[in-house]
Design a protein around this ligand. Structure first.
Ligand code: CA
Length: 230
């Protein structure tokens, strides 16, 4: 599942390079040239990750990071700080305000992508391309293939995303609202009942390899994927 990554960087050449790297890694870049510009974009969209330059005109990267982490709508977004050699970058201060990691410019694309992947794996595992296997059920995000005990399971796009999300976050109970947020995307208006329809389809498809009981209904709370008996 591609991640939306917001790049906040005032130098056009570096911004261009970052956007290119993000695209090549299979994700979608959003761009802002200042903290103020980024704040405008954040009114309409919540990205999965922010690459935030330390030295920005106007509000500095560190002040913006602090602001993002103190706001309930943005505090969950992971942040990677970008710093230049020679900047008075203080790693401890960066991590104190809630940044997840930092990358020093000039960076290699490979290093940047590794950092992005590590942060997403930790904070939003369904955004990475790692194959997952639970109890003989295997999902490969790169090829979009799902097999259960070597039987191919055909899934629609929503059921695929739903299963990917469940398998990335096993054993946890997810409310219908949380599933709508994570699988359908934010600010989409869909009724809670829609989730039940897609869960039913997912279970039907999984019954081909007898994995339907992995998706459990938790009365009054939502759904979970569990390898343990309900
Ligand atoms: Ca800068």
């Amino acid at each position: 599942m591609p991640a939306n990554i917001l790049v906040v960087e005032d130098e056009p050449a570096i911004q261009e390079l970052l956007a290119l790297n993000i695209t090549q890694a299979g994700h979608t870049p959003l761009r802002a040239i200042s903290a103020e510009h980024a704040q405008e974009l954040l009114r309409n969209t919540i990205p999965d990750l922010i690459l935030l330059d330390w030295m920005l005109p106007g509000m500095s990267g560190i002040d913006f990071a602090r602001k993002l982490k103190s706001d309930s709508t943005t505090k969950q977004i992971p942040i990677i700080m970008l710093t230049a050699r020679g900047d008075e970058f203080d790693k401890v201060r960066g991590l104190e305000v809630g940044a997840d990691d930092y990358v020093t410019k000039p960076f290699s694309p490979r290093e940047l992508n590794a950092r992005i992947k590590a942060v997403l794996r930790r904070r939003a595992p369904q955004m990475t391309d790692d194959p997952i296997e639970i109890q003989g059920l295997h999902l490969d995000p790169v090829t979009h293939r799902v097999t259960g005990n070597n039987t191919t399971i055909e899934l629609g796009p929503t059921e695929f995303r739903l299963l990917h999300y469940f398998m990335s976050n096993p054993e946890r109970v997810h409310s219908r609202g949380q599933l709508l947020d994570k699988v359908w995307g934010d600010r989409v208006f869909v009724e809670d009942r829609t989730v039940d329809v897609h869960i039913r389809r997912l279970r039907n498809a999984l019954s081909n390899s007898n994995h339907q009981d992995l998706i459990q209904t938790v009365r009054g709370a939502g759904y979970r994927l569990s390898a343990l008996a309900n």
